[in-house]
Structure formats: structure tokens, C-alpha cells
Design a protein around this ligand. Sequence first.
Ligand code: HEC
Length: 95
Amino acid sequence: MSWFKATLWFWVTVATAAVAFSAAQEAKLPDGEGKDLVADRCTICHSLDRIVETRTSKAGWEGIVKQMLAEGVPLESEEIPVVVNYLAKNFGPRN
Ligand code: HEC
């Protein structure tokens, strides 16, 4: 295999894996306003597993999102309530 072909093969594999991974990640999120924000911004540092395994109240999510802002999640101030509402609606406490 030429150097060029090997390099191309490598990048195609990496790109395919990245697309497949993000599709698999997004499948864990129910549809709704805020889904895209969570899928984009909340997967920068960890997978969505951390999020979908957490079930808590709206106040609980507010606290977690505040903590993530301190970690450095890129969210505009008007995006914060959209994300909090989405999480509280879909990942509320189990009862
Ligand atoms: C800048 C990096 C970063 C981004 C972006 C980020 N997180 Fe996190 N997140 C962390 C770190 C670091 C931890 C582990 C904190 C710890 O274990 O104390 C964590 C842990 C968590 C946990 C587990 C908390 C717990 O107490 O068990 C949840 C839930 C979570 N993140 C949700 C989110 C959500 C929702 C978003 C998007 C709004 C997000 N994260 C974006 C860095 C980030």
C-alpha cells in the first residue's frame, strides 16, 4: 500500500468511526427542544452516558449545569434554561 493510500485509509476509518459514534450517542436522547444543544455541547468532555444515567429534579439539573459551566461548557446564557428544561423533562427523577 502506498503511503498516500495508507494515510487516506486511516482518515476515512477515523471519520467513519466518529460519525457512527456521534449517531449512536445522539440516539440516546429523546427528541425535543434542547436536544441538539445537549448532543453538541455536553459531549465535549464525556459521553452522554453520564447524563442519561443521571435522574434528578429540575433544581438538580440546574446545579449540574452550573457545575458544567464551571468546568467550561460553552453555553450562551439564553441556552442554559433550554438545556435545563430539556434535561429536567427527559431525565427527571425515577418514580
Ligand atoms: C468542559 C468539560 C465538560 C463539559 C463540556 C460538560 N461536562 Fe459534565 N462533567 C465534566 C467533568 C469534569 C465531570 C466530572 C465531575 C466530577 O466527577 O466531579 C462531569 C460530570 C458530569 C455529570 C455527572 C455528575 C455527577 O455528580 O455524577 C453529569 C450529569 C454531567 N457532567 C452533565 C453534563 C451536561 C448536562 C453537560 C452539558 C450542559 C456537560 N456535562 C458538559 C466536564 C464537562
